[in-house]
Design a protein around this ligand. Structure first.
Ligand SMILES: [Zn+2]
Length: 712
């Protein structure tokens, strides 16, 4: 589920999107009067290569003064642009806006990287304090009618295509924020936004409480048969902390399925845990989220109506590749049919196993993972412990990820021990282009820490732009287990795949080739951003690449072919289930946000049931990955009318990989072509056209269906 773990990338990106408009090449140092700012490393450009952050100088206490100064500086810049007496031109309006807010942007980008990967109570406090301040600051810019009117009045004669694209992107951004509205409508909009923010917070805290209270208390350890000693110890600790010493508490994760269901032998315990998960937020108590989400769905529709759109999905997809909700729904429908058909086959495999074991019952959702794990072992005989010794983390990086990038794109890497880092575990590399010229700085932060967010992500410390003369400074963050001192760092195949995935995002950032950061590198629509990362995962299993990095850490022997085959064969296992649960959740999201009039709403459970029926999700053993009452991505997070984006990107990467395979494979020529049309264009061109330029046609879904094993 790489596409799920990379959620962080999106949130980091949206930060970038929110603040790239606040740049300025020349810091206005003459206005620094406060002595406390004199030694603040954010006030001036870093003197390190490519303006890499001066982690040896940056201290927690530097952020607040830099934010305060940066906010003030940015507002005075914005007012100057909006109040300019001269006629609006590209330079005095759009370019001036693009360059404004340099100090703020520099401090924010480092700050949000650190709060994600290496936070502490001081940074957390600052984060909480400044969240509403930054939100209000954005409103001051994007609801500024004078500024918007000037942007709309800029004449485009003589401008190149990238200038024009920048104007379009800004116009759309202002429009989506509501800048086209009358003053009265803006007030309505602010009221709706404020209510939505409150309801969103309410949803999140109710759900948190519902998840906590939904935990299952077990009295007798026998009911936990099948769990490892560590898992049982963790359940005992959780029970003790909750005031039930001597018992066991099974806490809930966010998703419908709970990972330990895979190992729980006691069917009654499985059923109890699954039902606790499914019904967690619909108990009619104070943590029931249904009324909250129903209000949110309606308010979002109202907001869309205020903006002249028929539904919230229509509004939200305006700046995406899909453009219209119908196109996103169409894709989901095309995936649903074969996914459900495949899941039915998987269900019958499982049923066969249950019958062979004289189980005497029909498979239910709480049985799925338990039996599918047994089917997997029987079918593929794949043991993680057999694989790991072949995947040592630095070998995978240098002889796998870097090797593939050199083969396909001609780029090379050199360790840089001289650059300061934000944590002793972070490593730095300099990246060199195909012509040998220096291209970028790239950090990696491999190991899990208690002060790091979960998952894996890519983020920029410095974004590429010819206008600000900046080159990419990029980081990839992971959560691998740190080995004991002196032991090798061995990772699973899933982790290997994650490394290739995140490096795909890195390539998208490395090859950025734009005048403006706002449309440079990974600053692209949500439904495009996972395309470069997911396609890079394919390299992990390319025979030439795999044999170069899958080396036993002790014997130095390459991985035996039999093991390679097992990994390849297992890749499509259980894809019917995995795809159905994702696509059904995405369909629910799109349905909730495609409502065009109030009378189409129904109570949550009825609404969900009807949608699932209508779109063919009729297999009761395969429930959606998130049930509406706990679908935090869409009610509490930033994925409303956006969960389909993962599947949209998936179609693109399978179709592009198919083209590469049919046109000579991993050649330097193909690498240059992919770089030219896809990885180097950022959001500076129409991305649907960029895809057509690369493959010569629109993306088709068949390659994805093949990759998932749904068709031969
Ligand atoms: Zn990703």
């Amino acid at each position: 589920m790489k596409n799920i773990t990379s959620v962080m990338l999106i949130s980091t990106l949206s930060l970038n999107i929110a603040c790239t408009s606040m740049k300025n090449t020349e810091p206005q140092q003459e206005t620094i009067v406060d002595a406390t700012l004199a030694n603040n490393p954010f006030m001036t450009k870093s003197t390190l290569q490519y303006q890499a952050p001066e982690f040896d100088k940056i201290k927690d206490e530097h952020f607040k003064p830099a934010f305060d100064y940066g906010l003030k500086q940015n507002i005075s810049e914005i007012e100057k642009i909006a109040d300019n007496a001269e006629a609006p031109t590209f330079e005095n309006t759009v370019l001036a806006l693009e360059k404004s807010g340099e100090v703020l942007k520099r401090a924010q980008i480092v700050f949000y990287n650190l709060t994600g990967s290496n936070t502490n109570p001081t940074l957390q406090k600052v984060e909480e304090e400044y969240a509403p301040i930054f939100a209000a600051h954005n409103d001051k810019i994007y609801l500024n009618s004078k500024l918007f009117n000037r942007i709309k009045a800029v004449k485009t004669d003589g401008l190149d295509s990238e200038d024009k694209r920048l104007i379009e992107v800004y116009k759309q951004r202002f429009e989506l924020a509501g800048a086209n509205l009358t003053d009265a409508q803006k007030e309505q909009m602010k009221a709706i936004n404020a209510e939505l923010a409150t309801l969103g917070t309410q949803f999140t805290s109710k759900l948190l409480e519902a998840r906590k209270k939904g935990a299952v208390l077990i009295n007798d350890v026998k009911e936990l048969d099948g769990l490892s000693a560590d898992e049982i110890a963790a359940a005992a600790t959780d029970a003790k902390n909750a005031g039930y010493e001597g018992k066991y508490l099974l806490t809930l994760l966010n998703t419908t399925q709970q990972p330990i269901l895979q190992n729980l032998k006691n069917r009654a315990t499985r059923e109890k845990l699954f039902k606790a998960s499914w019904f967690r937020a619909e108990k009619g108590d104070e943590n029931d989220t249904r009324a909250t989400l129903e209000k949110m769905a309606k308010l979002r529709m109202d907001k869309a109506h205020l903006m002249g759109k028929s539904s919230y999905a229509e509004l939200n997809l305006m700046d995406q590749m899909a453009q219209k909700p119908e196109k996103a729904l169409d894709l989901l429908a095309h995936l649903a049919t074969p996914a459900v058909a495949q899941a039915k086959k998987e269900a019958s495999d499982i049923q066969k196993l249950i019958d062979e074991q004289k189980g005497g019952f029909s498979v239910e959702p709480w049985d799925w993972n338990f039996y599918s794990e047994q089917v997997r072992k029987a079918k593929f005989d794949l043991d993680e412990n057999q694989i790991k010794p072949y995947f040592e983390v630095r070998t995978v990086l240098e002889k796998g990820v870097f090797f593939a990038a050199e083969k396909f794109y001609g780029i090379t890497f050199k360790v840089r021990k001289d650059l300061p880092v934000y944590h002793p575990d972070v490593v730095a590399y300099e990246v060199f282009d195909r012509d040998g010229k220096s291209l970028a700085i790239y950090y990696l932060d491999f190991y899990t820490r208690s002060n790091k967010n979960g998952g894996a992500w890519m983020s920029n410390f410095v974004e590429q732009s010819f206008t600000t003369h900046t080159k990419p400074v990029i980081v990839n963050v992971f959560n691998f287990q740190k080995p004991a001192p002196g032991k090798p760092s061995l990772i699973s195949y899933d982790d290997v795949s994650t490394m290739f995935h995140e490096f795909g995002h890195t390539l998208h950032g490395l090859f950025a080739n734009q005048k403006y950061t706002t449309i440079s590198g990974t600053n692209v629509p949500r439904d495009f951003v996972e395309f470069p990362s997911q396609i890079n995962e394919f390299f992990a299993l390319e025979p030439d690449v795999l044999k170069n990095y899958a080396i036993h850490y002790e014997t130095k022997e390459p991985m035996p072919q039999s093991l390679v085959e097992k990994i390849k064969n297992a890749a499509t296992f259980n894809q019917g289930y995995a795809t159905t649960e994702l696509v059904s959740a995405a369909t629910l999201d799109m349905a909730w946000h495609s409502v065009t009039s109030e009378n189409q709403f129904k109570p949550t459970l009825d609404f969900e049931k009807e949608v699932l029926q209508k779109y063919g999700f009729t297999l009761p053993q395969v429930p959606p990955r998130y049930h509406s009452p706990y679908f935090a991505h869409i009610w509490g997070g930033g994925y409303s009318a956006g969960y389909y984006a993962y599947m949209w990107s998936d179609v693109l990467n399978s179709a592009a990989w198919d083209w590469i395979k049919n046109n000579g494979g991993m050649t330097r020529e193909n690498g240059d072509r992919f770089r030219k049309y896809i990885l180097s264009v950022g959001n500076s061109v129409d991305l649907n056209q960029a895809f057509r330029d690369f493959t010569g046609k629109d993306p088709e879904i068949t390659p994805l269906l093949k990759d998932k094993g749904f068709v031969k």
